[in-house]
Design a protein. Structure first.
Length: 256
């Protein structure tokens, strides 16, 4: 028993020391950042969790990019969905965005990514009125999306939590769960920004967040500012609804 525990702790420590490089270098405390959630066991596997925190406070003017700046990055090379998993959405919010608007936005965002590959990345989605709780400590096997006016700070637009296997051989890495939280305490309302000027566009933000759910990382260089996976957003923005060259290349390479 003691030997098994010692081996488990050794494996956990090695995993912590070999976190994928894609998580390094994200801008700390500037509206958007990546927060390690630690290790947990899920269905007999040791998995890692990360929270992708997205803000609307843009960073200082970035330096002139080099020609080698990437237009896509992965959570970890090879880390993707090996099975198709459904998701559940509680569309209730304090801004009056209708349940149908929220659900259509989520479904359209998922379809936008899946249109670029030959496999179903996301399973079917359905709505619920039950309270949903994001898994900050350990995964529960349910992919969830909901609005909250208490969980996120004032500078945060949305958070996506990803649990998976990010270390070891790329062919053995996989995603096992995602949870998505939209901040319901922002000054500007949630809705359809093509209808309500200055609103946080649900589809715009959902498309970006589902990029993480599929296995893509954030981008922060000025050359990537038009990509869906650029790590900052603003009220009234809708350009993330459609994918750009880097987004398409990334999802296709991951799910080829």
């Amino acid at each position: 028993m003691k030997r098994t525990l010692a081996i488990t702790l050794l494996v956990a420590s090695l995993l912590v020391m070999s976190l994928p490089s894609a998580f390094a270098g994200a801008p700390p405390q500037r509206g958007s950042r990546v927060v390690p959630l630690g290790l947990a066991f899920h269905q007999g596997k040791l998995v890692e969790g990360y929270a992708f925190v997205h803000g609307y406070v843009k960073p200082p003017k970035p330096e002139r990019p080099s020609k080698s700046d990437p237009l896509y990055t992965f959570l970890a090379r090879g880390a993707k969905w090996r099975t198709t998993e459904p998701y559940v959405v509680n569309p209730s919010n304090g801004d009056g965005a209708s349940p149908s608007l929220v659900m259509i936005a989520m479904e359209t965002a998922a379809a936008t990514w899946e249109a670029q590959v030959t496999t179903d990345v996301f399973g079917p989605g359905w709505t619920t009125s039950d309270a949903l709780v994001a898994d900050w400590v350990a995964p529960d096997g349910v992919n969830e999306a909901y609005f909250s006016d208490t969980e996120l700070d004032a500078g945060t637009v949305a958070v996506t939590i990803i649990w998976g296997v990010f270390s070891g051989p790329p062919q053995a890495r996989e995603l096992i769960e995602w949870d998505m939280i939209f901040n319901d305490a922002l000054s500007e309302p949630w809705g359809d920004a093509t209808v309500t000027s200055g609103a946080w566009d649900v589809e715009n933000i959902a498309t970006h967040e589902l990029g993480h759910s599929a296995g893509l990382g954030d981008l922060y260089t000025v050359s990537a500012a038009e990509q869906t996976m650029y790590g900052y957003a603003s009220p009234g923005e809708t350009k993330k609804r459609t994918l750009e060259s880097g987004d398409i290349a990334g999802i296709q390479e991951l799910y080829q």
